[in-house]
Design a protein around this ligand. Structure first.
Ligand SMILES: [Zn+2]
Length: 81
């Protein structure tokens, strides 16, 4: 579908907010460069767990599988093998 523009950022933000309201713990937006919702945050304290920018990402406040700030268990697999 190239006859229409991209989804407006405001619409994506509404979807993100609704996802949180519905109980999703780790929603994030893709292909929205330099937007705070590209990142993954701790659902308990709001610390940035995964910072994304385009196709790159890096772990921030993760201590193994816990939030490095508050200790919240984060259901994440950070490596395979
Ligand atoms: Zn936390």
């Amino acid at each position: 579908m190239t006859d229409r523009g991209g989804t407006p950022v405001a619409t994506l933000e509404k979807i993100y907010t609704r996802a949180k309201e519905l109980g999703l713990r780790f929603p994030y937006l893709g292909n929205v460069y330099n937007h705070r919702y590209e990142n993954t945050y701790c659902p308990a304290c709001g610390a940035t767990l995964i910072e994304r920018q385009g196709f790159s990402s890096r772990f921030r406040e993760l201590d193994g599988t816990q939030c490095g700030k508050c200790g919240e268990k984060i259901g994440i697999v950070t490596h395979v093998g």
